[in-house]
Design a protein. Structure first.
Length: 270
């Protein structure tokens, strides 16, 4: 999983670089190796436990994964939940009000006016902010339509980036920029102090940027998954359901999922 995470970060760096050639290749690769590698699962926990922003739903925030119970690393169980796994899991699971996938500590290239700049950002699916219980300070959240491949690009920005790069203008909503070389519109500003999971300044719909590819495609990019546990469901009950789904996927997709046959559900405050 650690090697796969590093390779995924390299794939993201290469694909972003190809879209925005004004950035140095070396910088993208250093960012990928030095910041992104093996941080995704830890960053979720770090964001909720170690930092001061108040999350209204903190007690019900869970991380979800499919793991190989026979292998562990210094970072925990060897796990994998692909984009296709997520897309099949999301509509059938019953334990969570919402689930969402994301990639954090990633490069987001934003051209403001004629000046391209590189920021740390996250690529997220719809419902991600609903799970956290944190709406934008200004504007709107992402929709399912925003998250479709080929959708018009939109972005949420941090309060800090809004103040620093746009002088806190009240006319920020609808501002046109370029995200990774393509035209995009700023649709929201997050509250002051919110930069979850790991000092992000921008959030972009995940699958509009990185469409879900078949499980066995070497270019496929996954991510981490979080969910908002239903009030009447225990962690153990949710774990049993995700475990059953993991086993079903392992049987249905043995080439990619056979070893990841155990479901993992962990409270982010654990």
């Amino acid at each position: 999983m650690i090697i796969e995470t590093i390779l995924q970060d390299l794939r993201i760096g290469v694909r972003v670089l190809l879209k925005e050639k004004s950035f140095c290749a070396l910088a993208v690769f250093v960012l990928a190796l030095g910041i992104c590698a093996v941080t995704t699962q830890f960053s979720v926990v770090n964001g909720v436990i170690l930092r001061g922003f108040a999350f209204p739903n903190a007690a019900r925030l869970m991380s979800l994964n499919f793991i190989d119970p026979t292998q562990t690393t210094a970072f925990g169980a060897n796990g994998q939940l692909s984009a296709m796994d997520y897309q099949e899991l999301a509509p059938v699971q019953k334990s969570f009000e919402y689930v969402a996938a994301y990639i954090n500590s990633a490069t987001v290239n934003i051209t403001i006016g004629t000046t391209p700049k590189r920021f740390t950002g996250a690529y997220i699916t719809e419902h991600w902010l609903r799970i956290l219980g944190v709406p934008p300070l200004l504007g709107r959240d992402f929709t399912a339509e925003d998250n479709r491949p080929g959708a018009e690009k939109v972005a949420l920005i941090s309060h800090n980036l809004w103040q620093r790069e746009f002088a806190g203008t009240a006319k920020i909503l609808g501002t046109g920029v370029r995200i990774n070389g393509k035209p995009a519109t700023i649709v929201g500003v997050m509250p002051k102090g919110f930069n979850f999971p790991t000092n992000e300044d921008a959030w972009v719909p995940l699958h509009s940027e990185f469409p879900a590819l078949p499980r066995n495609n070497p270019r496929a990019i996954g991510g981490a998954v979080i969910g908002l546990l239903r009030p009447d469901v225990s962690v153990d009950q949710a774990r049993l359901e995700i475990d059953a789904i993991a086993k079903r996927f392992a049987a249905a997709y043995p080439d990619t999922n056979r070893q990841f046959n155990t479901g993992q559900v962990q409270p982010l405050r654990e």
